[in-house]
Design a protein around this ligand. Structure first.
Ligand code: ADP
Length: 161
């Protein structure tokens, strides 16, 4: 059984994140989507909100194969504790590459038995990030079609749209 951990901020989850989870099920038996708790990072959505949004957005996927959790501390340690042998990350392009490469190298240094596996962003979601979606929503732009409906509703609630 191949288990992967998909860590991220998910502030908020977008269709890009969703597409990655859906496609990862072609490769992994089980994927744990986990919100990384980072006290140094200011987020628009609380941890509880992000967890609830992820649960709702992933509810169409087989429950035995996708789990939503949160964690703090080292990603590799959490991966090991949940029996994941891979850390799943997404790549949109060269802008992601440098950062993701650094993370992958550090994680490999910390634990040689956990591999980082990258899936390329689907072309529809190549330019979609949580930040661009938040910025567009804050300026009153319609972001439906870029994020799951539950996230679009929550963003409207945050920005009073
Ligand atoms: P982090 O703060 O850990 O980068 P994010 O929630 O921004 O958290 O991203 C989590 C992972 O999902 C990262 O590997 C990121 O590259 C990937 N990702 C984000 N948006 C997309 C997208 N549109 N398509 C594919 N992967 C994505």
């Amino acid at each position: 059984m191949a288990h992967a951990l998909y860590p991220g901020s998910f502030d908020p989850p977008t269709n890009g994140h969703l597409s990655l989870v859906e496609r990862s099920l072609d490769v992994f038996d089980r994927v744990i989507v986990s919100v990384a708790i980072n006290p140094g990072k200011t987020t628009l959505f609380t941890l509880e909100e992000r967890l609830a949004l992820l649960v709702e957005c992933l509810s169409h996927l087989p429950p035995g194969r996708v789990e939503v959790t949160s964690f703090s501390g080292l990603t590799v340690e959490y991966a090991r504790s949940v029996g994941a042998t891979a850390i799943l990350r997404g790549l949109r392009g060269s802008a992601d590459f440098e950062y993701e490469y650094q993370l992958a190298v550090i994680n490999r240094h910390l634990d040689h038995e956990v591999q980082t596996v990258f899936l390329m962003a689907d072309y529809q979601w190549f330019f979609i990030s949580s930040s661009t979606v938040k910025e567009a929503a804050s300026l009153g732009a319609s972001i439906s079609g870029l994020v799951p409906p539950a996230v679009a509703r929550s963003l409207k609630g945050k920005y009073g749209g």
